[in-house]
Design a binder for this molecule. Sequence first.
Ligand code: PGA
Length: 236
Amino acid sequence: MKKIFIIANWKSNKTIKETEEWFHSFSDGFKRDPFSLENKEIIVSPSFTLLEHANYCSGNLKLPIKFAAQTISPFEEGAYTGEVNGKQIKELVDYVVVGHSERRQNFGEDQDMIDKKTQQTLKYELVPILCISNIQQTQSAKLKAQNYNSKLKSYKILVAYEPLFAIGSGHPDTPENADNFAQKIKKELGKIPVLYGGSVTGDNVNSLTQMNNIDGVLVGGASLDPRKFLEIVKNA
Ligand code: PGA
């Protein structure tokens, strides 16, 4: 049975109180209608301000949830006002989302910046979830993989294919297209897990995760509602 990654990307949403409510509602829903999570890795990616409390809530409720940061500083600790660096992030998460298209578009993150962020993520032995929308964007991951393979014993990376037209639009890519793209990524980068992201719901998730080359989903909008996200986890 392949391992399936299900990632909740909360983006710039939720307060501390809303975070607490989300975890309680997710937990209540799961306890009411439990199902096997044996092959599933659930990862929640909230804003930095929420991470500590989210960790606390999840631990308290004994939920098997891991955490991801939504970005990382391209620099080490030091005089970089406003940035959160790898050493700080490592205290709270196992994964870091790198290169999300919203950061590329709204914050001018170019390939060089994304390379630096990937490098910082790997340096602190966190797993990058590299978001790409075309095959050229795999290039930096390939170079970094070569550089870091020799240094890190257990080099790991996840890639999320997120076509721009599908993000937040309600129009996901077809499972066949997503699977073809995932296959191309695996040809480029080796046998790494490849996820699909863009308008994933409880209704369409299984048509995606049942494809040979798709190892999970990155969920934006639908992950904000704990019931909808639980449905996605259940059906994935
Ligand atoms: P969406 O977002 O699920 O709201 O389409 C996906 C993403 O941006 O990661």
